[in-house]
Design a binder for this molecule. Sequence first.
Ligand code: ATP
Ligand code: MG
Length: 226
Amino acid sequence: MILVIVQTKGGVGKTTLAVNLAVERVVRAARDVLLVDTDEQGTATDFAAIRAERLGSTGFTAVQITGSAVRSQVSALQKKFDDIIIDTGGRDTMALRAALTVADLAVVPFQPRSFDVWTLDKVAGLIGEAKILNPGLRAVAVINCADPQGPDNKAAANALAENTEITFLDAPLGRRKAFPNCNAIGLSVLEALQRDQKACAELMRLADSLSAIPLSRSSKKGAKSP
Ligand SMILES: Nc1ncnc2c1ncn2[C@@H]1O[C@H](COP(=O)(O)OP(=O)(O)OP(=O)(O)O)[C@@H](O)[C@H]1O
Ligand SMILES: [Mg+2]
């Protein structure tokens, strides 16, 4: 599966999701994973470098590709990997648009706050445009930094009810210190010495929910060219 994490708003947890899902696919599903960093900030690339230094190897392949080359290069690499996870920057870029044209599934993280909810319409527009080239593209929104209680999460879910491009996926990640703590040392929350069980359960639920989504294309690795 080619999965792209996309949100034109910054700081909503795209890289956190990308690196945690990449590691999750490796450690829980023994998948051969490519993590593509299309953000010029290079945060996912930095994570991979810190991880390699700490563990000796990342367990997945990490590359940085920017601009419109994302489309051709990811297409060329897709047969070599079981899963490709693409992290994007927090604004509308060529790389983000290119990634949407090759992905099977777009995951749109948002926080249950009005500004984030408003940006979902913009992201839906980008997804609609990408579908002209990539009609099989599916998109789901997931809440990141969910509040433990209160009406915000329900309100955020309702905000998506009328969105025709993006479906709400009920598999939120809560606001938990484990995520920044693990990001900083190149680990997934699944690998922390003192695991935050709630963070791990949320990540696994999200990964399982994403894997269960029916897609128009399956894994390319080993598949013969048409
Ligand atoms: N579920 C969470 N709980 C607590 N902190 C989180 C969570 N998700 C992300 N964060 C923290 O929020 C900050 C922003 O996250 P992250 O860098 O993943 O966002 P981003 O969308 O990739 O940002 P950018 O648009 O700059 O690339 C980081 O400090 C990260 O550790
Ligand atoms: Mg980022």
